[in-house]
Design a protein around this ligand. Structure first.
Ligand code: CMP
Length: 140
């Protein structure tokens, strides 16, 4: 298995409830290393650009308003098979369908306020990491 990097976002519903440490503990317990991390508040334009792939979805406007409403923590996670492993640790998008022990099962409030985002493919991981981080900000 290859060592990969993936982009993670701890979303406004989780930063608001001071859950950054608890969520990072889940990543670390699964063998994922936080090799870059910063807290920021996205502008509406940034959120629209980041989620452009969902532009046609009925929830796009609400999603971008929510993601720019309060601070987020953007991170690069590194580890064996990190993209799939992170998705496993996060759980299903809709917390109602998330497996026990996953971040979304334990912390998410709704399908929109679902506490975390994670890249869904190697191609998107690279695009999403480049969206938030310069190469020298990532130290493995
Ligand atoms: P994320 O993994 O960040 O990818 C897209 C986001 O859109 C998703 O998590 C949710 O926050 C949001 N989302 C997905 N489906 C819905 C939906 N049916 N209604 C509202 N928000 C959604």
């Amino acid at each position: 298995m290859a060592v990969e990097r993936t982009l993670s976002i701890i979303k406004p519903d989780a930063t608001r409830r001071n859950l950054t440490g608890k969520i990072n503990a889940k990543f670390e317990a699964a063998g994922l290393r936080v090799v870059a991390q910063k807290r920021l508040q996205m502008t509406c334009e940034q959120a629209e650009k980041f989620y452009a792939v969902h532009e046609a979805r009925p929830f796009y406007g609400e999603l971008c308003a929510y993601m720019s409403s309060e601070p987020v923590v953007v991170q690069v996670l590194e580890g064996e098979n990190a993209i799939a492993k992170n998705r496993e640790v996060m759980g299903a998008t809709n917390p109602a369908n998330a497996a026990p022990g996953t971040i979304r099962k334990e912390f998410a409030l709704s399908v929109q306020e679902n506490s975390v985002h994670g890249s869904d493919s190697a191609e998107n991981a690279k695009i999403e990491i480049d969206f938030f981080f310069k190469p020298e900000e990532i130290v493995g």
